[in-house]
Design a binder for this molecule. Sequence first.
Ligand SMILES: Nc1ncnc2c1ncn2[C@@H]1O[C@H](COP(=O)(O)OP(=O)(O)OP(=O)(O)O)[C@@H](O)[C@H]1O
Ligand SMILES: [Mg+2]
Length: 217
Amino acid sequence: MIQLYHVYKKYPEDITALSDITFKVEKGDFAFLTGPSGAGKTTLLRLLFFEEKPTSGQILIDGRNLTKLPKSRIPYFRRNIGFIFQDFKLIAEWTVYDNISFVLEVLGVAKKEIRKRVIRVLGMVGLQNKIAKKIQTLSGGEQQRVAIARAIVKEPKILLADEPTGNLDPDMACEIMELFYEINVRGTTVIVATHNMALIKRYGGRLISLKYGRLAA
Ligand SMILES: Nc1ncnc2c1ncn2[C@@H]1O[C@H](COP(=O)(O)OP(=O)(O)OP(=O)(O)O)[C@@H](O)[C@H]1O
Ligand SMILES: [Mg+2]
């Protein structure tokens, strides 16, 4: 369902963030994207979310060629993808509720249903009691969990998570990983970028390993 063919991503001043990346992730897979800092993990996820275009090569999602997707189709295409950003990208002055409900409002979900779903996902990440708090009053780990809730509330077909446990203590990291597995079992394809090898060893799954922008394994 996700296919990359000879994908390159170059930035100005001769930085090659990704070099000749070819791999496939099947529908319903659980995959880890790993590699040291600067290896290209975030860059790769951003290409899959259509935040950037590859310099060359092809990316297909569900058979659709992303390199040929017109800009106007991007919001529609993103409906099916949940993205947990490494730096969260939450709106600091908004409440937890507003940060999450916003996603469903854009999709035209009814008010009552929105409330039900936001409460449910906040329960899943253990933040029911923070629903009316502003983001700027939360700890780093709590903000990370809001970012996770926001990504899963629309029940996406694909979940892309960029270092989603970076700010969590080991117990909370395990709970979040369990949550990803539950979501995966229900049919969502999950790709988790992390350099936390302990997490990978513990949970297994498919491993896509990057080094200096190249596939290492
Ligand atoms: N917008 C950009 N402009 C120029 N260079 C960039 C840009 N984004 C990323 N890079 C470079 O591309 C390379 C890969 O970066 P990327 O953020 O994908 O690494 P990463 O594997 O996610 O690292 P980390 O584990 O630290 O998050 C790095 O050398 C980085 O400096
Ligand atoms: Mg990164």
